[in-house]
Design a protein around this ligand. Structure first.
Ligand code: SF4
Length: 330
């Protein structure tokens, strides 16, 4: 029996070399976590806690308040935070990311309170066979599974903390939630409808889609073919993309190894010079910035452009809820 997850399959599609390092050589990277991953897990844990509390509540009074929510989020943030966490973007600090999470949660709370949309399970683990022999299995976790009392549909809810909104085509061909729909239909029967819901928290927006049984049958077939392709692969070439900036294996990558070492050595030299000359910090930073290789600066700029929010988050209703500044770090 071979077990695959959506992220394992996606890693192969994104970069076969990264796939080899992670899943075949089983190398644990030096920097295991990016700040985006840290933000994502703090926000996910907080929303899981919120819905668990709402499920257990006998009355609306027992549902956590906005203050409770942000206190819980702050604890989650502190619990797993370390100075080793990788921050790729030059213009962002860990405080900025913490504040982003606050904004996501305040907006979500305001829009969805009192969280009574028929939640059945949280962080639901699913394992199901792709083939009739049970040789290839898919494992995954559904952020939240609900049963809509009005429509009778099962609802798969997924939280996204990335800045960018997906295209319509990407939503209609998204594999992860469609695989989860297959799992739910395998359990509850193919007569049931399953809706796929993505919550893009940076935009305070929910995007919904559905798959027909025919589409799911085709997805099962294609995913099996892809896994068989991975299983028979002999070569694992590195594939450079905008995502390389967030890759934990960059220092081991043949496309970046030399550049990473050069940057580290340039950084060390810069530190020695700074302590010797006791220069003004600001002018020193500017000077170091201007010494960065042009190609690297271009790449960072491109990554920032790609991830820039396309729409602004709605302003909060301050009459009903406290101002967001109450919760932000200075
Ligand atoms: S840095 Fe880019 S090319 Fe290199 S392993 Fe990571 S994803 Fe692949």
């Amino acid at each position: 029996m071979v077990m695959y997850s959506h992220s394992k399959i996606s890693t192969f599609e994104q970069c076969p070399y990264k796939f080899k390092l992670r899943y075949i050589d089983k190398i644990i990277p030096e920097v295991e976590k990016t700040i985006e991953a840290h933000l994502g897990s703090a926000v996910h844990n907080t929303l899981e806690w919120l819905y668990q509390k709402a499920k257990e509540a006998d009355s609306k009074k027992e549902i956590p308040t906005l203050d409770d929510l942000i206190i819980y989020y702050s604890d989650q943030w502190k619990k797993d935070f370390s100075q080793e966490i990788l921050i790729v973007r030059d213009n962002m600090t860990s405080k900025d990311y913490f504040n982003k999470g606050v904004e996501f949660l305040v907006n979500y709370f305001k829009k969805h309170h009192p969280f009574d949309d028929g939640t059945i399970e949280l962080e639901k683990k699913i394992i199901f066979s792709l083939d009739s022999d049970g040789k290839y299995e898919i494992i995954g976790f559904i952020d939240r599974l609900a049963k809509n009392a009005q429509t009778g549909d099962f609802e798969i809810h997924d939280y996204k903390t990335a800045n960018s909104l997906p295209s319509k085509e990407k939503i209609e061909t998204d594999r992860q939630l469609a695989l989860y729909a297959l799992a739910i239909k395998d359990i509850h029967g193919y007569d049931n409808e399953v809706t796929l819901n993505w919550h893009y928290l940076a935009h305070n927006k929910k995007i919904t889609s559905k798959r027909t049984n025919e589409e799911l049958k085709e997805l099962r077939k294609q995913t099996l073919q892809l896994i068989k392709k991975i299983e028979s692969a002999n070569e694992f070439p590195a594939n450079k993309s905008a995502l390389c900036g967030w890759c934990e294996y960059k220092s081991m990558c043949p496309l970046f190894e030399k550049k990473v070492k050069e940057n580290e050595s340039a950084k060390k030299q810069g530190q020695v010079q700074e302590s010797t000359e006791q220069q003004n910090t600001k002018s020193k930073e500017n000077s170091e910035q201007s010494q960065k290789p042009k190609t690297e600066k271009r790449e960072i700029k491109r990554e920032i452009e790609i991830n820039k929010p396309k729409t602004k988050t709605k302003p909060l209703d301050n009459k009903k809820y406290p101002t967001i500044s109450k919760y932000l770090k200075d």
